[in-house]
Write a protein that binds this ligand. Structure first.
Ligand code: FUB
Length: 339
């Protein structure tokens, strides 16, 4: 996850062609999870900082310490920084690396879900509860039992159930787990074997625990064969998101080292999901991470890039662009700096 090298002229040219601007410029924000709460848009991003930690393959340089929530009256309006919603110092079980969060609401209470590393060096996922969409949030004393890896995304289905999707390979440690059991020497499957999938677990009625053991989500090709680990242009890497459109379930995600946002569709929150195509071609910066939200009948892609920091991969800026569906439900591919 190294920085990409760009000349100033190249960055300026790309910035000029960019399809959207950073939501805010006074802080770096990434991994934006957007929701409509109380009729307004609330965006739950990572808060990128330069923690002074040298780059490594585990992503230690992503040394984030807190979360700020952004509020927008519309996707085309200004984003207001609502301030610190939760700090790692206020999470009893977490030591470092407050990575991509998400949020949900139930019965008038708001739940912030977030991954962080414990003292043992393993990521777990926690929940913090608040009375307002922007927080502040009070963390539960322990992470969610049975949680692991990164990138929680909580989906509210029409029947009132909530499901958490999570998991990311490489720095996100998902490859170290099989059947929800950890072994540090577990590796990614070989190229010709089925790829690892994100995990899904239904949440308990109080939104604070898994109601079931996490299951692995399978993404298949058009012939129904699981995508293979060597298929880096299509296989799951990190950053899951779930939304429904015209009755179908859309699982979208990052392909990591090929820097694409892709999607797959299915008939159940558990899948299987059939790979469909690319939502967003690569952005400036190594990571790509997104959410999809409907606001007043139009659909929006929240994503990030590293233009503002001059290509520094751990100093990103959240952005938003309109998303379009074709009549058959396919998502039209977006190009962040024009075609
Ligand atoms: O922000 C830290 C990590 O980078 C996220 O958890 C990943 O999805 C990637 O965007």
């Amino acid at each position: 996850m190294a920085d990409q090298e760009y000349t100033e002229a190249e960055l300026e040219a790309l910035a000029g062609k960019a399809i959207s601007r950073p939501l805010v410029t006074h802080i770096y924000t990434a991994d934006p999870s957007a929701h409509v709460f109380e009729g307004r848009l609330y965006v739950y991003p990572s808060h990128d900082i330069d923690a002074g930690i040298p780059f490594n393959d585990d992503g230690a340089h992503f040394g984030m310490e807190d979360y700020h929530v952004l509020r927008m009256d519309s996707p085309e309006g200004e984003a207001v920084d609502c301030g610190v919603a939760l700090h790692v110092d206020d999470v009893p079980w977490a030591e470092r690396q407050m990575w991509a969060p998400d949020a949900a609401v139930k019965d008038g209470r708001y739940y912030l879900y977030f991954p962080a590393k414990c003292a043992d060096g393993l990521f777990r996922i926690g929940v913090a509860v608040g009375e307002r969409p922007e927080g502040p949030f009070a963390a539960e004393p322990e992470p969610i039992t049975g949680s692991y890896s990164i990138d929680p995304a909580v989906f509210a289905d029409d029947d009132g159930e909530h499901y958490m999707y999570f998991g990311g390979i490489w720095g996100g440690q998902l490859q170290q787990y099989r059947d929800n059991t950890h072994a540090a020497d577990n590796e990614e499957p070989a190229d010709g074997e089925p790829a690892l999938g994100p995990r899904i677990a239904r949440l308990t009625a109080d939104m604070k625990q898994f109601a079931e053991a996490p299951r692995e989500v399978v993404i298949v090709d058009e012939a129904g064969r699981p995508l293979l680990a060597g298929d880096h242009d299509r296989r799951y890497f990190e950053g899951p998101w779930m939304h429904r459109h015209q009755g179908r379930y859309y699982l979208s995600y990052s392909t990591g080292d090929t820097h694409l946002l892709c999607y797959a569709t299915g008939d159940s929150p558990y899948g299987p999901f059939v790979y469909q195509g690319v939502i967003l071609t690569p952005v400036i910066g190594w990571t790509t991470h997104h959410s999809i939200v409907e606001f007043e009948g139009r659909w929006w892609l929240y994503y990030h890039d590293s233009i503002l920091s001059g290509g520094v991969t751990h100093l990103r800026s959240a952005k938003v662009a309109e998303l379009h569906y074709e009549a058959d439900g396919r998502i039209r591919t977006l190009h962040p700096y024009g075609e």
